[in-house]
Ligand binder design. Structure first.
Ligand code: ADP
Length: 191
């Protein structure tokens, strides 16, 4: 079972993705987490991507695609996975489809979480105080929202066209959002 989470920064993808992974018993593949981890560990990949992360710009497609490709080859992904933060561009979406097709797999469901921009900004500013994420500054937040609108939002139409897409209101408490998610991705209704 392969699920893709789409949604702007601050919408709560990470929180909801972790919960859904537990329910579906699949690994959580967050490219943001993987890249931050590499940066924290000071690996060559981490040094290469640090500037992109801090500025709220997308890491080049070929770099992220290769990170995901290696991760998908790990044995725990054999039963599926939840992709959180990937794909983020049309090139990445195409690469993902090719990677999966090569193994005889395909995406089972795409979940788009939505929220008004003012609420996204206020959530990210709150997170900035809590988690001290280097990319949760007002300028970078705005850039990440712009990047989402320009480069990632076009994926919504692609996944709507092949009926994979379900759109979920990201407003309210985490429990309320999760209830909406499970209503459209019940264990029995995916795959
Ligand atoms: P958010 O959704 O809050 O922006 P993420 O943790 O998903 O946070 O991503 C943080 C940063 O990691 C992005 O701003 C970008 O620099 C980088 N990144 C994560 N995933 C990708 C991706 N698929 N392609 C390019 N860059 C990515």
């Amino acid at each position: 079972m392969i699920v893709v989470f789409l949604g702007p920064p601050g919408v709560g993808k990470g929180t909801q993705a972790r919960r859904l992974c537990q329910l579906l018993a699949v690994p959580h593949l967050s490219t943001g987490d993987m890249l931050r981890q590499a940066r924290g560990a000071g690996t060559p990949l981490g040094r290469h991507v640090a500037e992109f992360l801090d500025q709220g710009r997308l890491v080049p497609d070929e770099v992220v695609v290769s990170v995901v490709q290696q991760r998908l080859r790990q044995p725990d992904c054999r039963t599926g996975c939840l992709l959180d933060g990937f794909p983020r561009t049309l090139v990445q979406a195409q690469a993902l489809e090719e990677m999966l097709a090569a193994e005889g797999h395909c995406i089972d469901r795409v979940l788009e979480l939505t929220l008004a921009e003012e609420q996204l900004v206020s959530r990210m500013l709150q997170r900035a105080q809590r988690e001290n994420r280097a990319d949760d500054t007002p300028d970078t937040i705005q850039r990440r929202l712009d990047v989402y609108r320009e480069q990632t939002a076009p994926l919504v139409a692609r996944y709507a066209a092949n009926s994979l897409l379900r759109t979920v209101d990201g407003g309210g408490t985490p429990d309320e959002v999760f209830a909406r998610i499970t209503a459209c991705v019940g264990k029995g209704s995916v795959g």
